[in-house]
Design a protein around this ligand. Structure first.
Ligand code: ZN
Length: 103
């Protein structure tokens, strides 16, 4: 599992708060289904059962909002992998995680 803390979002456009008008929308992008939006709580996210919950890696806040996520199963190996980015309203940082079952 990889983890990054950023000052700006990486998995979604920098102007995502203006660009999206829903907390979470389904988007088809280069063969994957992404969920992107202005930010949604873990409990309400469509992928909540597939992605391991995490909080802000900078300040420890658990009440973060998911702004971008995707979950996939590799067609050949069957390995699961996902990417997820959350925004922390307490410290203003973005935490991004990437998981691959075969790592
Ligand atoms: Zn934080």
């Amino acid at each position: 599992m990889y983890e990054w803390v950023n000052d700006e979002p990486r998995l979604i456009e920098k102007d995502y708060k203006k660009r999206y008008n829903k907390p979470c929308e389904e988007i088809r992008e280069s063969g994957k289904t992404w969920y992107k939006g202005t930010g949604i709580a873990w409990e309400k996210h469509p992928l909540k059962r597939f992605i391991r919950k995490f909080g802000c890696a900078h300040c420890g806040n658990k009440g973060v909002k998911i702004i971008a996520a995707q979950f996939s199963v590799h067609p050949m190996s069957g390995d699961r992998y996902w990417d997820c980015e959350v925004f922390c309203e307490k410290c203003g940082k973005y935490t991004q995680k990437a998981y691959a079952e075969n790592d």
